[in-house]
Write a protein that binds this ligand. Structure first.
Ligand SMILES: NC(=O)c1ccc[n+]([C@@H]2O[C@H](COP(=O)([O-])OP(=O)(O)OC[C@H]3O[C@@H](n4cnc5c(N)ncnc54)[C@H](OP(=O)(O)O)[C@@H]3O)[C@@H](O)[C@H]2O)c1
Length: 336
């Protein structure tokens, strides 16, 4: 089969290359899927350029996200049959509840989805939402549960009338916008670009703050809430934006700590949370159960993932380049 590979020790875009791999043979509990689309996350570019927190000790097929059609199942498989449309779970060994220590993520350390065929244990797949195309469904496995858990499964669940602040307009942020709106919440976004803010407003955000032209963006956010502060922050900036996110929080609010976009240095003080009865929650993508929950929400609410562009398989490097540029909204997809 055709696949892409990131070689061990990769540090740059040019290290991404096409490879011929033997077709995977499904074991007794495995499901073999012909992949139709794969999707990129910030993480995939970080892995390719040697900036991910874990170094791989082997050549790896990139991408955690994808969608495809079952072509064969092992003798013991009961959950799927040939012809079913499926997407993989980001972690292969986390079905529900608290995360196990060794969960095994696709795209690193496990081989990922940027390949014609993928065989995984039947527990590592879920049925694709019927309302989505392969290209749309491929975007869900990583950013979907991350946004869903931040809103719905850590701390106080976001409810109608709450205000959510979503930092940036990438994959996690746009899912957070769509899920929060479906839950009846108001959403404020931040972005480096007025044009992207316009798009977010068209998708249901109530307001946007450009953090380039308003470096003290937390003051704008607080003003937009009439001084009350927000109930939930989708903290994609990480340590570098955390102090401002604490400022934005209203009493009893929560920060879902997700990203690393604003760098490793910051001056957040946890005392700011204490005086507001507020909380900080780490997010590590999520379990299969959380992916299944958000798929239900997608089907019931008619949510369509925001796909900036679908690249042909041969132009996967251009897809990674666009991801690195930041000049996109939502998700970037590669047809397989
Ligand atoms: N913890 C987890 O489980 C988990 C899961 C998924 C992702 N993540 C992390 O979450 C972050 C977002 O991931 P993603 O895949 O959604 O990224 P993405 O699709 O690549 O989106 C990145 C966007 O974030 C915005 N951004 C860039 N620098 C920023 C900054 N300093 N402050 C605020 N926003 C900034 C930019 O949008 P604008 O131009 O609009 O500002 C950029 O386009 C990454 O750090 C990723 O590693 C963590």
């Amino acid at each position: 089969m055709k696949a892409y590979e990131i070689p061990k020790g990769a540090t740059k875009l040019e290290d991404l290359h096409k490879a011929e791999r033997p077709d995977p043979k499904p074991g007794p509990s495995d499901v073999l899927v012909r992949i139709r689309a794969a999707a990129l996350n910030y993480r995939d570019h970080a892995i390719l350029t040697g900036k991910y927190r874990y170094d791989s000790d082997h050549d790896t097929i990139p991408c955690s996200d994808g969608a495809g059609e079952v072509v064969a199942v092992g003798a013991s498989v009961t959950r799927f049959k040939p012809g079913d449309r499926v997407i993989p779970t980001f972690f292969q060994v986390w079905i529900d509840g608290a995360p196990p220590k060794n969960r095994g993520a696709l795209g690193s350390p496990l081989d990922g989805t940027l390949a014609e065929l993928v065989a995984l244990h039947e527990d590592g797949w879920v049925a694709m939402p019927k309302s989505l195309s392969f290209e749309e469904a491929a975007t869900l496995p990583c950013a979907g549960p991350t946004a869903w858990n931040a809103l719905m499964n850590v701390g106080t669940r976001v409810k109608p009338g709450d205000t959510v602040l979503s930092l940036g307009t990438g994959g996690v942020s746009m899912f957070a916008l769509q899920f929060a709106r479906a839950a009846g919440a108001r959403v404020i976004v931040t972005s480096s670009s007025d044009a992207k803010i316009e798009c977010a407003l068209a998708l249901g955000a109530s307001d946007g703050v450009n953090y380039k032209t308003h470096p003290d963006w937390e003051k704008e956010v607080i003003a937009l809430t009439g001084g009350r502060g927000v109930d939930c922050v989708i903290e994609n900036g990480g340590v570098g934006t955390l102090a401002r996110s604490f400022e934005c929080l209203g009493y009893g609010g929560k920060v879902a700590l997700i990203g690393v976009l604003a760098g490793p240095h910051g001056n957040a003080n946890p005392h700011d949370l204490m005086f507001k009865n507020a909380s900080l929650h780490g997010i590590g993508v999520g379990s299969r159960a959380s992916l299944e929950q958000l798929i239900q929400a997608i089907e019931v609410n008619g949510i369509k993932p925001i796909v900036e562009k679908v690249f042909p398989f041969d132009q996967a490097a251009d897809a990674f380049l666009l991801q690195a540029s930041g000049n996109f909204l939502g998700k970037i997809v590669i047809a397989v």
